[in-house]
Design a protein around this ligand. Structure first.
Ligand SMILES: Cc1cc2nc3c(=O)[nH]c(=O)nc-3n(C[C@H](O)[C@H](O)[C@H](O)COP(=O)(O)O)c2cc1C
Length: 192
């Protein structure tokens, strides 16, 4: 798929099929995504893959973390969120002190890898939806995900086969998102 076409066609869908990339496919795509811009090549990111019953362990941790009574319908509803896709990729970043690369740049670099991986997965016939929410800070969830105290859990990519034909509208109107340097007496007029 040509690059512009792939970018325009990519969509995040909640509904996915049971098709998922193999670990070998995933590693290949991740190695390509790792070409994303990364100041000082710190590579502070890592991914944690969950398939099959591993997702149920996450689901149980979600329910426990949110305080759903064990065995309750609420707990079952919460736990079901972790099995919405055949493959979940936990996104973990370990920003570190660096004289030239502040934390925000390290997180931006992580997001660049994740976004590129989403695109590569889509091109390979899969959908990957990035989800976050308050669960990322729950002790139970961080524990089951193996996230160290020094690391950030930045959510999960929910990966599965494409369930529906990609339906994108036209390109967004970005007319007011690009402007020349404001005149010296007009500096407060940047877009909101
Ligand atoms: C960092 C990040 C976190 C997100 N978290 C959620 C989320 O928790 N729940 C959700 O429904 N969408 C979330 N989204 C948005 C979806 O992943 C998706 O991008 C959005 O629905 C737009 O669809 P599109 O990717 O097809 O344009 C998040 C996106 C990003 C970049």
């Amino acid at each position: 798929m040509e690059l512009k076409q792939a970018i325009r066609a990519r969509v995040s869908t909640a509904a996915v099929t049971d098709q998922a990339p193999t670990d070998a496919q995933l590693r290949e795509l991740l190695a390509i995504a790792a070409h994303s811009p990364d100041h000082a090549a710190l590579r502070v990111w890592r991914l944690v893959s969950l398939r099959g019953a591993d997702r149920e362990r996450l689901g149980a941790a979600l329910a426990a973390g949110f305080g759903d009574p064990a065995g309750s319908p609420e707990a079952a509803k919460t736990a079901a969120k972790a099995v919405r896709a055949p493959l979940l990729l936990g996104i973990v970043a370990a920003p570190r002190e660096h004289p030239k690369v502040p934390t925000w740049e390290q997180i931006a670099a992580t997001a660049g890898v994740v976004t590129t991986l989403q695109l590569l997965l889509f091109e390979a016939g899969f959908t990957a939806m990035w989800r976050t929410g308050p669960a990322i800070d729950l002790a139970e969830v961080r524990d089951v995900m193996g996230v160290a105290p020094t690391e950030l859990l930045l959510g999960w990519l929910y990966v599965g086969g494409t369930a529906q034909a990609a339906a994108r509208g036209g390109d967004p109107d970005v007319g007011d998102r690009l402007s020349p340097l404001p005149a010296a007496d007009d500096r407060a007029q940047s877009p909101s």
